[in-house]
Design a protein around this ligand. Sequence first.
Ligand code: CA
Length: 239
Amino acid sequence: MEIDMKKVLVCEDEAAIRDFVVINLQRAGYEVVEADSGEAALKKYDENGGDFDVAILDVMLPGIDGFQVCKELRGKNGGLGIIMLSAKTQEMDKVTGLMLGADDYVSKPFSPSELLARVDSLHRRVSLAQANAENNFKEELHSGDFILNLRNRALLKNGETIELTQVEFQIMEYFFSNPGETLDRTDILRHVWGDAYVGEEKIVDVNIRRLRMKVEDEPSNPKYIVTVWGLGYKWDTNN
Ligand code: CA
């Protein structure tokens, strides 16, 4: 296994904000590659052989926007941690970004400690998943028509592969380990995002919505990921 380089790709067109992010990440021990546009970020991602744990992407950029960068990076690497930076007024953008495969978002303005908490938490999850993929003796979990492959983080439904992001994989792993049990949002948030997570529980719902689009026969009428009103969600394959 390679030495953990803790490498972060930062894409932000405003030099002052970019410098602020870069300096704080470097102080916290991250190796940072910076880009001032989406095009530059994609180029640098490839030039570095995709060797990143986390990418921080501003939404509003001069050329292609942060959502497009997110979509393309997610297409290249399902295990990359992606955090979107958005202005507070872009409420809808948060959801759009998360639907395109981002793992988290941070609203501007943000403090260095807030950003670092998010990056650290995501980085921990990404490394843990990488370590699990290398060390896991049990290679797959079975549940109904589904098989969750713990090595390549892929989900199979009736033999067909469903690509999952890091967060989606961890939610599915949690569901598969607790079939038929109601898991409340706080449990899911704590289990997947970690105790140190400072964001909102809404992020759980957004990821569940995205997962349903991938796993359900009819996403609007879910039968596998069932909502337990007022409580949370339940993984159910007995129907
Ligand atoms: Ca910007």
